[in-house]
Design a protein around this ligand. Structure first.
Ligand code: ZN
Length: 393
C-alpha cells in the first residue's frame, strides 16, 4: 500500500496548529501524526514547503458550480459540480436539490446513485440535501414555491421510499400544517431536519426543535428575527437558535449574504461546534457567467451575477452564492478575523458531524479518510487529496 508523509508545513488540527510534525497516509487513510524526526526511512515525502495542511472542506449546502447544477439530474452534471468545488478544496459535499415536482426529484435520486456507483472522480458525496418542497411561500427567497406546499404522510413516505437512504438532510418550514408528523417520519430515517424558508416565531421554532428540527438552514436568509404578527411582537428563528444550545446553524460564507458583525456574533453565540459554514453555491460558481439559471435549465429561476453574487433579475433577493469553500475561508478568517482553527472546524469537522460523517471525514486524525488540502500562506489552494489520491483537473 502506498505510504505518504506530508512534511514541512503547518498542520491544522481540530484544536491547534502544529509544526515539526508529519501526517502519515496509508492508502485512503490517515494513520498517524508523528514528529518529523521519527519518520520511517522508506516513505514517500510530500513537501508542504511551509504551507498549510488542512482537512478537506465539507460543504453540506451546495447546488452547483462549473456551469452545472445538481438539478440537471445527470451524472455528468453532478461530476462537474463536484470537480469544480474539489479544485477549491472541498473533498466531500451534500448535493442540494430545490423545490421541484417529485418526478424531477426522483430523477436527481437516480443520477445521484449512478454518480456514486461510477465514482464522482473528485469530492465524495455524503448524502443528498433536500431544500424543499415544504416551504412558506412568504419566505421562499429564490425557491420556486407557489403557495405553501404542505406534506402528507403518503407523499413523504413515497419520497423516502424512492430515496432508499440517500437523503442526509431535509429543510422545511415547521410552522406549516402536518409538520409534526413529517418530522417524525423523517427523523425515523436518521435524516438531519432543518428549519428553512420559514416564517416561524421563536415559540414555533422551539416547538419544532422538540419535534426534531435541530438545525437552521442559512440563518438570516429566509429566516425570521423578532417581528410583529397581528398586534403581538414575537421572537424569531434567530433568537430561538441562539437561546437553545441544541440547535445548530449554518451561515453562507461568501462575504455577501452575511456581514462581518453577524458572522462574528454567530461564532460567539453558537461557537465553532454548532456553526457550519456553507457556500450555497449555484451553477455560476467557478465560472465567469453573468446570467444563468438557478435550479434546472428548463424550470429553474433566471438569475444574474453581479458584484460576486447571484441575484433575481429584479434584484429583490440574492439567489445563492457563487462562492467556493477556499473563498469562504479567505472571507471568514482573512476578512472577518475568525481564528484559523475555528474557521476550519466550522468548514470541516462540524458540518461532517451534522450529516453523520465525522467518523471518517472532517479532521486530520488517525483513522480518518486522507482528505487533505495544501494552501499557501495567502490561503490559495495548491493541491487537493481525496482519500489519499491527488485530485487532478
Ligand atoms: Zn440553497
Amino acid at each position: 500500500m502506498r505510504k505518504l508523509a506530508f512534511v514541512g508545513g503547518i498542520i491544522v488540527l481540530p484544536h491547534e496548529e502544529v509544526t515539526g510534525h508529519a501526517v502519515i497516509v496509508e492508502g485512503e487513510k490517515i494513520v498517524a501524526i508523528l514528529p518529523e524526526n521519527d519518520l520511517p526511512e522508506n516513505i514517500e515525502r510530500i513537501s508542504l514547503g511551509g504551507d498549510y495542511l488542512l482537512p478537506g472542506f465539507v460543504d453540506i449546502h451546495v447546488h452547483g458550480g462549473g456551469g452545472a447544477d445538481f438539478m440537471d439530474a445527470t451524472p455528468d452534471a453532478m461530476r462537474t459540480v463536484a470537480a469544480t468545488h474539489c479544485a477549491h478544496g472541498t473533498t466531500s459535499l451534500c448535493p442540494t436539490t430545490m423545490t421541484c415536482p417529485n418526478e424531477q426529484l426522483f430523477a436527481c435520486f437516480d443520477a445521484y446513485r449512478e454518480t456514486v456507483r461510477k465514482g464522482t472522480g473528485s469530492a465524495d458525496f455524503l448524502g443528498l440535501h433536500l431544500e424543499g418542497p415544504y416551504f412558506a411561500s412568504a419566505n421562499r427567497g429564490a425557491q420556486p414555491t407557489k403557495g405553501d406546499r404542505v406534506p402528507t404522510v403518503a407523499e413523504v413516505g413515497e419520497i423516502l421510499a424512492r430515496a432508499g437512504g440517500i437523503i442526509a438532510r431535509w429543510d422545511a418550514a415547521p410552522e406549516l400544517d402536518g409538520m409534526q408528523r413529517f418530522a417524525a417520519q423523517v427523523r425515523e430515517q436518521g435524516i438531519l431536519l432543518s428549519v428553512g424558508h420559514s416564517v416561524a416565531t421563536a415559540e414555533e421554532t422551539l416547538a419544532a426543535y422538540a419535534d426534531g428540527f435541530t438545525h437552521v438552514t442559512h440563518m438570516y436568509c429566509a429566516t425570521t428575527t423578532e417581528h410583529k404578527r397581528g398586534q403581538v411582537v414575537h421572537g424569531g428563528i434567530v433568537e430561538a437558535a441562539y437561546l437553545e444550545d441544541g440547535i445548530t446553524i449554518e451561515l453562507i460564507a461568501d462575504g455577501k449574504h452575511i456581514p462581518k458583525e453577524t458572522m462574528r456574533l454567530g461564532f460567539r453565540l453558537k461557537g465553532k461546534n454548532s456553526l457550519a459554514l456553507i457556500t450555497d453555491a449555484m451553477r455560476a460558481a467557478g465560472t465567469d457567467l453573468q446570467s444563468t439559471m438557478l435550479g434546472d435549465r428548463q424550470n429553474g429561476v433566471p438569475v444574474i451575477i453581479e458584484e460576486g453574487v447571484a441575484k433575481l433579475p429584479d434584484r429583490s433577493s440574492y439567489a445563492g452564492s457563487i462562492a467556493t469553500m477556499d473563498h469562504a475561508l479567505r472571507v471568514v478568517h482573512g476578512r472577518y478575523g475568525i481564528p484559523l482553527c475555528d474557521t476550519v472546524r466550522a468548514m470541516s469537522l462540524t458540518p461532517a458531524r451534522l450529516v453523520g460523517a465525522d467518523d471518517r471525514k472532517g479532521s486530520i486524525a488517525p483513522g480518518k479518510d486522507a482528505d487533505l488540502v495544501i494552501l499557501t500562506p495567502d490561503l490559495t489552494v495548491r493541491r487537493v487529496f481525496v482519500r489519499g489520491r491527488e485530485f487532478q483537473q
